[in-house]
Design a protein around this ligand. Structure first.
Ligand code: SME
Length: 155
């Protein structure tokens, strides 16, 4: 198993008995930050109306606690409902700086059907730190969180 698979399996196991969405998000953020050494800042933004509001995070406090839809790489990923990887944030005009040390970023929407509930945002101090394995793992984590972020309907 690759380390990405192992980290996903760990998160799945840890949140298995955590029905609370905020609890599950906090666990996922903590495990990702600890397990992936090149993840310098890990956070989850939650969609509230037309704004992304910062929820659980690990790393330096971000100046961007509220991001309007369509602003920043975070807003773009929510608007496009698709994962965005930026290899060099300083070359992307959409980028809203969180830390001067950040070089690359991945933003993964948390989707329920076609509704955006929030997103996982990760910064790295390394250029081009994120690839297909990160995207696959983080999209799986987002799906696990989405399951807990809206009530399960039962017949
Ligand atoms: N870089 C993000 C803003 C959030 S901070 O990275 C935590 C963006 O461009 O949307």
């Amino acid at each position: 198993m690759s380390s990405h698979d192992e980290v996903l399996a760990t998160i799945r196991q840890q949140i298995d008995n955590e029905p609370d969405a905020t609890g599950a998000m906090t666990i996922a953020v903590g495990t990702l930050k600890k397990a992936m050494t090149h993840y310098s800042w890990v956070g989850i933004y939650l969609l509230d109306g037309n704004e992304l509001v910062l929820g659980p995070f690990e790393g330096k406090p971000s100046p961007h606690t509220h991001i309007p839809l369509g602003r920043g790489i975070c807003g773009a990923a929510a608007a496009e409902k698709a994962t965005i990887i930026v290899d060099d944030v300083n070359a992307d005009p959409r980028y809203l700086a969180c830390s001067v040390d950040t070089q690359s970023e991945i933003v993964v929407p948390i989707l329920k059907g076609s509704d955006v509930l929030g997103e996982i945002d990760i910064d790295s101090d390394r250029r081009a730190a994120f690839g297909a394995a990160d995207k696959k793992m983080l999209e799986a984590v987002a799906a696990l969180l989405a399951e807990r972020m809206t009530p399960t309907l039962s017949a």
